[in-house]
Design a protein around this ligand. Structure first.
Ligand code: NZQ
Ligand code: ZN
Length: 390
């Protein structure tokens, strides 16, 4: 293991079909006023909202409702939530939804007690709240598997006016205090969102795996998670109601991005940087935006990261490689990844998401570039990747 690190993850998880039963115990730890954030109505249609509301009412909580947190939450909506939190002396922010609602809740939690321009400070300047700043506690009831937001400090917000989608990974004060993961709740997720979530999970693991050259325990954990995800995804795509598969996907999502497998690694995250900009321009589901640029990106990374790509081919895709050169083995690994993406039903081009040639300069300009993984990309390289992904 390279580097020095500390590890502390404060999020308490409740997992399984019975997990919502634990909400009433958690609520005892907080004051009476709850800001209930949720999305555009799925939780009302599938009945999860009613279940949660009954528990909140039974616990005697005063509920401040904040519906309409959209997928890829906007800065404008963040302002609304901050205003609500400030006006109502909130004791707990409860996120009811997918990664978007959870990310948004963390954003409100950080910004509510910050006096200055929180967008500039936390997202554009990538600062954390100062020590001593009040941060509202966040609890999460997750309804969609993918982002890992339920056990990390990430909060991705889109400034629609400037077409900028920016994520900040806050320190552990912003990680949810508790998260409730009931795989049954994910059964009503639309098929395209389920698939987007599956690729988001895969790519989170790849973003951490494809960096460095040392032998690292984190990489063995990553290979196990990828293998499990591939098995579960194939079952879930065939039968979305397969509880075993959906529960494994949900659990893998959490471990794919709760900081564990990134320990001791420099990590990459450039597919996410490009994908976020593609998302800001096309409004595609996050995982679809990632999938659409992945092949062009990894073809580039393969040469400088050859040995890791060989390992990926052998340990994740079971390519034996007898009589093949390292380049051929690595290439076969990428082909296996691509076949799996086709099997899951993921987009392989940005044009499938509605991107057009005239958007390429804007998507390039919105992509944050830095030396990462095995590459040090400049804006002109991003443009090339986008053209190859058309
Ligand atoms: O708006 P509602 O009604 O909630 O509908 C949502 C939304 O339309 C729907 N949905 C969720 N659960 C459902 C359901 N529909 C039916 N039944 C259910 N049980 O699915 C749609 C997508 O939900 P969303 O929360 O947007 O998806 P996801 O969980 O993929 O979150 C995406 C956001 O997370 C960010 C992304 O950039 C994007 O903004 N990310 C956050 C990360 C983090 N915190 O670490 C890392 C990721 O890389 C990612 O960037
Ligand atoms: Zn992601």
């Amino acid at each position: 293991m390279q580097g020095n690190f500390s590890y502390h993850n404060p999020t308490k998880l409740y997992f399984g079909e019975e997990s919502l039963n634990y909400l009433k115990d958690e609520l005892k730890n907080y004051g009476p006023i709850v800001l209930l954030n949720y999305g555009s109505g799925s939780v009302k249609r599938n009945g999860i909202y009613d279940q949660v509301l009954a528990i909140l009412n039974e616990a005697g909580k005063t509920i401040v409702e904040n519906p309409g947190v959209m997928s890829n939450p906007t800065l404008e909506k963040l302002h609304e939530g901050v205003k609500l939190a400030r006006e109502n002396e909130i004791d707990l922010i409860l996120s009811l939804g997918g990664g978007s609602v959870c990310d948004y809740s963390k954003g409100v939690a950080a910004a509510a007690a910050y006096d200055g321009d929180y967008w500039d400070q936390f997202w554009l300047k990538q600062q954390d709240p100062e020590k001593g700043q009040k941060i509202l506690p966040v609890g999460c009831i997750l309804t969609m598997a993918g982002t890992g937001s339920e056990m990390n400090g990430g909060s991705v917000i889109t400034d629609t006016e400037h077409m900028l989608k920016v994520g900040h990974v806050f320190d552990d004060r912003l990680m949810p205090k508790f998260s409730i993961l009931n795989p049954k709740f994910t059964m009503t997720v639309p098929e395209n969102q389920m698939k987007a979530g599956i690729y988001d999970i895969m790519n989170h693991i790849m973003e951490q795996y494809f960096s460095d050259t040392d032998d690292n325990t984190s990489d063995y954990l990553s290979e196990g998670l990828m293998r499990g995800l591939i098995v579960a995804s194939r079952k879930a795509v065939k039968n979305p109601q397969d509880y075993e598969a959906r529960s494994n996907i949900m659990w893998t999502a959490t471990w794919a991005l709760n900081t564990l497998i990134g320990l001791g690694k420099r990590q990459d995250w450039m597919v996410h940087m490009i994908g976020h900009s593609v998302g800001a321009w096309t409004h595609a589901p996050h995982g679809y935006a990632l999938a659409s640029v992945s092949m062009a990106y990894y073809r580039r990374a393969m040469k400088p990261g050859l040995q890791k790509f060989v390992r990926f081919a052998k340990n994740v895709w079971d390519i034996q490689g007898e009589g093949m050169t390292d380049e051929q083995i690595a290439q076969a690994g990428l082909e296996a990844l691509k076949s799996w993406m086709v099997e899951v039903g993921l987009p392989l081009t940005i044009s499938e998401l509605g991107a057009t040639d005239d958007m390429i300069p804007g998507i390039t300009a919105g992509t944050i570039c830095y030396p990462a993984g095995y590459l040090d990309l400049k804006p002109e390289d991003i443009t090339e990747i986008l053209k190859e992904s058309m």
